[in-house]
Design a protein around this ligand. Sequence first.
Ligand SMILES: Nc1nc2c(c(=O)[nH]1)N[C@H]1C(S)=C(S)[C@@H](COP(=O)(O)O)O[C@H]1N2
Ligand SMILES: [Mo]
Length: 526
Amino acid sequence: MKLSVRAGMAGVAAAAVAVGVAEVVAALTGPLSAPLLAVGGVVVDNVPPAVKDFGVSVFGVHDKAALITGTAILLAIYAYGVGAVAVRSWRVALAGIGLFAIVGVAAAVTRHDAGVLAALPTLVGAGLAIFVLRYLLDLAPGVTTGVGPPRADGPVPDDAPTEKAGTSGSAYSYESRRRFLKALGIAGGLALVSGVGGRLLTSRRAVTQARKEVVLPVARQTAPPLPSGVQAPGATPFVSSNKDFYRIDTALYPPQVDPSTWQLKIHGMVRNPITITWAELLERPMIERYVTLACVSNEVGGDLIGNALWLGTPIKELLDEADPLPGADQVVQRSVDGWTCGSPTATLRDGRDALLAVGMNGVPLPVDHGFPVRMVVPGLYGYVSACKWITEIELARFEDFDAYWVPRGWSQQAPIKTESRIDTPRDGAARSPGTVTIAGVAWAQHRGISKVEVQIDDGPWAVTDLHETASADTWRQWSYPWQASEGQHILRVRATDTSGQTQTSTPAPPAPDGATGWHSVQVNVG
Ligand SMILES: Nc1nc2c(c(=O)[nH]1)N[C@H]1C(S)=C(S)[C@@H](COP(=O)(O)O)O[C@H]1N2
Ligand SMILES: [Mo]
C-alpha cells in the first residue's frame, strides 16, 4: 500500500468519525444540524433552475437518499485528498479540515430557525477529525519502507507526522501495516457505532409517541359514505392508503412538531391577528372530506397524485375571524422548517372545503404528511396550497411576496389542470384478443370530470363508463371494454371537465404550472 493511499484512507476514516460523532451531537442540537444533512439542505434550496427541470420540485424519497449519498461520497473524496496531503503538509491538511468545518457550520447555522448551537456537531466532528487523522498518520509511517516516496520531495514542517526512527524493512512494514489497519478498523467501527447510535437517539426524540397519543375529534360533518361504484377494476385504489400516498417535500428529515407546543399564528395584512394552540384547534368544528392532492411535478401518466379522507377545520372560518385587509390577495403558509407556499385568498374563502387538516384516512396525519397540522385545498397543486407542518399563515399581496418555488421558476398561481391516466393495461403489457378492460383515473379538482374518452390507434374517440365519485374535489375512475384485435396498439385517454374544457393534446412539461398532454400506452395483443 502506497503511503499516499494509507494517508488517504486515514483521511476518510477521520471524516467518517467526524460525521458519525456529529450525529450523536446532533441528537441534541437537531438532526438538521449534522453536517451531511445541513449541507444537503443547502443544496436542496439552491439547485440551479436548469437542474430543477429534471424534477427537483418533486423531491421524493429517492432523491433524498441520492443527495445524502452523493454528499457523503464527495466528502469521502475530499477527506481522502486531505489525508494524502497531510503527509506533505500538516498545515494544509489542517486548513482542509478547517474548510470542512466552515462549510458545515455555515450550512447548519443558516438553516431555518437554527441557533448557534447548530454549529456544535460540525465543530466537535472537525476537532475529532484532526485528532484521528493525526493519530492514524503517526501509525502509518511507511515513508522509509520504499513503498512510498521518501519525504525528500517536499518541505516537511516541524509538526508533520513523524517517522518511527530506526525501523525499516519488511518485518517492520508488516507490523506497522497491521497496527495501522487495526487503528483504521477501530476508527471505522467508532464512526459506525456513533453514526447509528446518533440516529437512534434522534429517533427517540421523534414525535412518534406524541402522535400515538393524539385522539382525533369527531367531525361535525362526516363525509357522505362513498358510493359503491367508485372503483374501476384494475385502476388505482380510489382511496390511497397513507402508506402508499405520494410524498413530496424539501425536508431531508421530516420536521418533528410536538402538538403540545404547536401554535398557528395568523397575521400580516389582517385586522385581527390570531394565535391558536393545538387544543384550541381541536375544539373548532371539524369536517371530513375526500380530497385528491396532486403535485405540479407530476408528468403525464405519473403517480404524484393521491386521494385521501381528510379531517380538518375549514380555513375560511379562521380567515374570516382574522379579517384580511383589502388587497391581501395571498395567503402565505409557512412550515416550521421555513418552507412557504401561497394560495389566493379568494380561493380559500370561496366556500370550497379548504381545510386546516389534522387527520388523514381516520388517523392523525403521518409525520411525513405534515403532523400535526397541514393545509389541504381542493383544486390547487400542492406547492401552492398544501403546506405541511404549518405553523404560520401570513396575509400578503402576491406582488410583495414570492413563496419558496416561485423564484425557482414556478408560477405564483397554479390551479390543477384537467388530466387523465390509463392504469390498466400498463404500457408494454401483453393481452389476448377479445374483451380487454381499459381503466384509469381522471381529475379536475373542484370542477369535476364530466367525460373521459379513449382512442385506439388512430380510431374515433370512444366515450368510457364514468364511475361514481365522492365529489368534484376527488378524482374519478373510468373504464372501457375494448374489443382487442391481434397486433400492437396504442391507447390514448383524454378527459373533459364540467366546465366543458377537454384536456389539451399539446404536451407541456411540469414547469412552470403543470404538465399537459394525453397519456398513452402501447399494448401487444396476440
Ligand atoms: N412544509 C412543506 N410542505 C409542503 C411541501 C414542502 O416541501 N414542505 N411540498 C408541497 C408539495 S410540492 C406537495 S405536492 C405536497 C405533497 O404532500 P404529500 O407529501 O403529503 O403528498 O406537499 C406540499 N407541502
Ligand atoms: Mo408538489
